[in-house]
Design a protein around this ligand. Structure first.
Ligand code: GSH
Length: 214
């Protein structure tokens, strides 16, 4: 398997966590999204939306969208299931994952932020305020879902799920962007516990071979 990813991309980080939790060996090829490599013809042939990550499976098929990739990995490697097979835990894991992947992440994606600054002319301070605003709206919801789920070291239950694969990268990004995260103690506990585990630690941006200075 080959993962096309960027070290600082939170969607790539979700997939790296899943691969590490399942103990899957894979090759990594860096796609420098700051330099626009995600919009090159070669990359677009594999992933027409022009975003990372893309996973090329052992059969040569390219899959885009981090949540679809994790679902694919769950089908192929079901020993460690990240999307619980059934019941309330599955629904709760999807709900948290979707708040992060569908509601928080898209409005704070690099191309959206660049459009705001480069095309609409907002200032760096306004961009930071935009980012922090959507983080606050989204993490307030996640914190409340964690409370409902009775979270502890993980978002749901006693083992990692898709929800943790999404929360850890989103929290790491918010930290990097200097957001005030004091109002989300349940999220913080999950982040601190998960990042202390070897699989999560090995997926961290600074541990990737394509990591470059900001
Ligand atoms: N829904 C996509 C989101 C992918 C995504 O937005 N990736 C970002 C990095 S985290 C990206 O490639 N950004 C490049 C850009 O904004 O041009 C997924 O889950 O894979």
């Amino acid at each position: 398997m080959k993962l096309f990813s960027f070290f600082n991309s939170s969607a790539s980080y979700r997939v790296r966590i899943a691969l590490a939790l399942k103990g899957i060996d894979y090759q990594m090829e860096g796609v420098n999204i700051r330099a626009g490599e995600q919009n090159g013809a070669d990359y677009l042939r594999r992933n027409p939306i022009g975003l990372v990550p893309t996973l090329v499976g052992d059969n040569g098929e390219a899959i885009g969208q981090s949540l679809a990739i994790i679902d694919y990995l769950d089908r192929l490697y079901p020993d460690v299931l990240l999307l619980p097979a059934s019941g309330e835990a599955r629904t709760k894991a999807l709900e948290i994952a979707f708040v992060i992947a569908c509601d928080i992440h898209p409005v704070n994606n690099m191309r959206v932020l660049r459009y705001l600054t480069d095309e609409l002319g907002i200032s760096e301070a306004q961009k930071k305020a935009w980012y922090a605003h959507w983080i606050a709206v989204g993490l307030t919801a996640v914190e409340s879902l964690l409370q409902k789920a009775g979270s502890g070291n993980f978002c749901i239950g006693d083992s990692p799920t898709l929800a943790d694969c999404c929360l850890i990268p989103q929290w790491a990004n918010a930290l990097r962007m200097g957001c005030d995260l004091s109002a989300y103690p349940r999220c913080r506990r999950v982040y601190e516990h998960c990042t202390s585990l070897p699989a999560f630690a090995s997926a961290a941006p600074e541990r990737q071979s394509d990591a470059v200075a900001a």
